[in-house]
Design a protein around this ligand. Structure first.
Ligand code: SAM
Ligand code: SF4
Length: 356
């Protein structure tokens, strides 16, 4: 695949002008012909938890003035939506701890009303859902992802360091009561929650929620040995198959998860295996950090600054030009996949910055 030539020299379709002379910008298509239809935005690097695989206990966070304001975040998101992005996910850090975040949801809701956006969604640790679930629903959010690795209160505290399980469970109750469809994401951690997957699965499916398991990724310094945490999902799947009938299904949610139907529970189970499989051929996404840096690939260093063009003028022409330039540099795939092929150690970065 990597020997193929890019299909176009520039990342997106050429500019055209309407009768009034206004620049009409086309959809975003990268040099390999992939349409960019999914934007993930990390709205803050801060969090009310300190999960052991994500953060060290003593984190230093970005100074507030480096962050895009909520208005600026709206401008960038809207620029991407004008160029064909149809799915927008707010993440973090913990997106729901950013002050005034519901104002951003409320303003982005207009793109759901016009039909420009198919999906406005969020990945959250759930702690703020009792407060915000109903409001999210009224902003056109229909499905949310809640991260929950264990149903054991002590383990939950050990994994999140600062979190309380009962608050998250209350958040999930509130989300379901508000009519939000909830998917549970759990990171598979060796020796921590590996014996709990049947219980998690039956609990989630019993409440009508899909469960997705995620392989821990070696991203950022978290102050503990990564190899201690790593549990390959191939092993988890093999163990679950001894107990349940797992049937591969083509169900997709626009993300990298591959799903099976669990015959005994009737629910869906997803696997996200970034280190053992890659899905770069069909990659439709880019990631924006809370400082306005655009990462065109989770597994590559290359990034583009959108904050400077955003702040340089009130109009969006410079911003659109910077987006075009960035998309024209979207790489074909992950470095760590290539490294695996060459038997070199996997190299992965960025998740702590880009929000996963
Ligand atoms: N705070 C929110 C939450 O926890 O859902 C959103 C941000 S968090 C970075 C997004 C997802 O990334 C969570 O499901 C979390 O479990 C996952 N995650 C964080 N660090 C990870 C790592 N090193 N490997 C795999 N998944 C990770
Ligand atoms: Fe916070 Fe989410 Fe990272 Fe946990 S995984 S520390 S909840 S950002």
């Amino acid at each position: 695949m990597r020997d193929e030539e890019p299909r176009a020299a520039s990342g997106s379709l050429p500019q055209e002008f309407d009768r009034a002379g206004t620049v009409q910008r086309g959809p975003l298509v990268d040099p390999f012909g992939r349409a960019i239809t999914y934007l993930r935005v990390s709205v803050t690097d801060r969090c009310d938890f300190r999960c052991v695989y994500c953060m060290s206990e003593h984190m230093s966070f970005l100074p507030k003035q480096d962050l895009l304001t909520l208005e600026e975040l709206d401008r960038v998101c809207s620029a991407f939506i004008a160029r064909g992005v149809r799915k927008l996910r707010l993440t973090g850090g913990e997106p729901l701890v950013r002050r005034g975040i519901m104002g951003l949801f409320a303003s982005l809701a207009r793109h759901r009303t016009t039909g420009a956006l198919d999906e406005l969604t969020v990945t959250t640790n759930g702690s703020q859902l009792p407060k915000y679930a109903a409001e999210l629903k009224s902003c056109g959010v229909e499905r949310i992802n809640v991260s929950l690795d264990t149903l054991d209160p002590d383990k939950f505290r050990a994994i999140t360091r600062w979190g309380a399980l009962d608050k998250v469970l209350a958040g999930i109750d509130a989300a379901q009561a508000a009519g939000l469809k909830v998917k549970i994401n759990a990171v598979a951690l060796r020796g921590v929650n590996e014996d709990e997957f049947p219980q998690l699965l039956e609990w989630a499916h019993g409440r009508g929620m899909d469960l997705t398991l995620i392989e821990v990724m070696p991203l950022g310094d978290v102050g503990t040995g990564r190899l201690d945490q790593y549990l390959p999902l191939s092993l988890v799947r093999a163990r679950l198959s001894e107990r349940y009938t797992l049937e591969d299904i083509p169900y997709r949610t626009g993300g990298p998860a591959r799903y099976v139907q669990v015959k005994e529970t009737g629910g869906r189970l997803g696997f996200i295996t970034p280190l053992t499989h890659n899905f770069c051929e069909s990659c439709n996404r880019v990631r924006l950090t809370c400082t306005g840096t655009l990462y065109m690939c989770l597994g590559q260093e290359d990034a583009a600054d959108l904050r400077a063009p955003l702040r340089a003028s009130e109009g969006d022409d410079l911003l659109h030009a910077a987006i075009d330039e960035a998309i024209s540099r979207k790489p074909k795939g992950h470095d760590f996949i290539i490294d695996r092929r060459h038997q070199r150690p996997a190299l992965a970065r960025h998740m702590s910055v880009t929000g996963g």
